[in-house]
Design a protein around this ligand. Structure first.
Ligand SMILES: Nc1nc2c(CCNCC3CCCCC3)c3[nH]c(NCCc4ccccc4)nc3cc2c(=O)[nH]1
Ligand SMILES: [Zn+2]
Length: 374
């Protein structure tokens, strides 16, 4: 029995988006789904109970960060990541390749793997397909990501081609090193930059190796959004229809809707938790920067259309006060709301797919969200 299976429920007649379920050893994920990010074994400032209250089904953590601190052997000794962080629902771990390039300096890529300096201690470290699999095996995540290279944007065609071919060889090595395929699902990551022929080459090479799920990597790296949507349009049809499709690093409301329309099932992004920390909130009429003086005496909720704990109990004035006073509770309230906002958006997207009206939903949402007069 495979660790993770995809159940297709229906396809939206209006948009072609699909409604599904991803079955994992720690529970079911309704898709399209947004996955909150918990980089260092916590979704910053949120408790597992609060994440369950907003009905988060799956959270992300990371090989790179946990390898550096506290170390994957410690997490293993604690009984694995679910036990360590008291989260009994699904966990997906990224393989660390992307974080090496976004966090550490003087790293060196070879066929063997990536040498880099820890962004914490400066120690010289090494990640490889085998090491990334050893770490994710120790963490015990339900979904593991293959060790890949996300090429910089922009990059030379030749570089992207060589890189995707190495990523394919690394994926093969991950498969060989996969210790517990019946307990953990290994997803491969399709690369190829913004080139249709290279995306096709990467997809064909990886789908011939029969992974239980596939991600689209190499996007949301600074390219214009319309270019990302173009890549999705010719890449998702190359991915097996009976397996989950995960678009990495995508989390703005418009991109989640556009990605779902183009056949994506799973998304992750640090955006909602990251912007919450400086008091920026996603609301149904656009982004709201709570530090703005105009909210000083605004005793209404962050978002009048939101039913979350923050919007049901606290005012803009109170949250602004906390954020300006650097009170941690302020960040907890903005984080709770932003995560709830995206999780609620995905619930609304799933309902729209069920009722064959996702394009209408998109137009209505953009109309309201686009009102950036906050
Ligand atoms: N393997 C791999 N990961 C990628 C990631 C990390 C996805 N988040 C993992 C998550 C695990 C837990 C720790 C945090 C990360 C990406 N993130 C983005 N864009 C983010 C763009 C962005 C958007 C808003 C704010 C910052 C950055 N493009 C990505 C491409 C790849 C890729 O090809 N390969
Ligand atoms: Zn709210």
């Amino acid at each position: 029995m495979a660790a993770v299976t995809y159940e297709h429920i229906k396809t939206c007649k209006q948009s072609g988006a699909r409604l599904g379920r991803v079955h994992t050893p720690h529970g079911v994920i309704e898709t399209p789904a947004f996955m909150p990010v918990g980089t260092q074994a916590t979704v910053k400032t949120m408790s597992p109970e609060e994440l369950k209250a907003m009905d988060a089904h799956i959270i992300l953590s990371n090989t790179y960060h946990l390898f550096l601190r506290p170390g994957h052997e410690l997490v293993k000794a604690a009984g694995g990541l679910h036990k360590f962080m008291n989260w009994d629902r699904p966990i997906l771990t990224d393989s660390g390749g992307f974080q090496v390039f976004s966090l550490s300096d003087n790293r060196k890529i070879t066929e063997e793997g990536v040498q880099f300096k820890s962004h914490l201690s400066g120690d010289k470290l090494f990640l490889s397909p085998e090491k990334a699999m050893e770490i994710q095996n120790a963490l015990g995540s339900d979904i593991m990501m293959a060790f890949d290279e996300c090429p910089p944007y922009p990059a030379e065609y030749a570089y992207i081609k060589n890189s995707l071919e190495r990523t394919t060889r690394w994926a093969e090595r991950c498969l060989q090193a996969h210790a517990r395929p019946q307990d953990q699902a290994l997803f491969a990551i399709i690369q190829g930059g913004m080139h249709e022929d290279l995306r096709r080459q990467s997809a064909e090479q990886l789908t011939s190796m029969d992974f239980p799920g596939y991600a689209i990597g190499g996007l949301s790296v600074g390219e214009p959004k319309h270019l990302m949507y173009e890549v999705l349009e010719y890449t998702t049809p190359l991915m097996p229809a009976n397996k989950p499709r995960y678009l990495m690093g995508v989390g703005s409301p418009d991109a989640l809707i556009e990605g779902a329309i183009r056949g994506i099932d799973m998304f992750d992004c640090v955006l909602p938790t990251r912007i919450a920390r400086n008091g920026t909130c996603m609301t149904s009429s656009g982004r709201l920067v709570i530090r703005n003086a105009k909210y000083a005496e605004d005793f209404g909720p962050l978002d009048p259309n939101c039913s979350c704990y923050t919007c049901s109990n606290y005012s803009r004035a109170y949250i602004r006060h906390l954020i300006k006073a650097d009170e941690t509770f302020g960040i907890r309230l903005t984080t709770y709301h932003n995560l709830h906002f995206l999780l609620q958006l995905m619930r609304d997207v799933r309902q729209a797919i069920m009722e064959d009206r996702l394009l209408d939903f998109r137009d209505a949402f953009f109309e309201s969200y686009g009102l950036n007069d906050n």
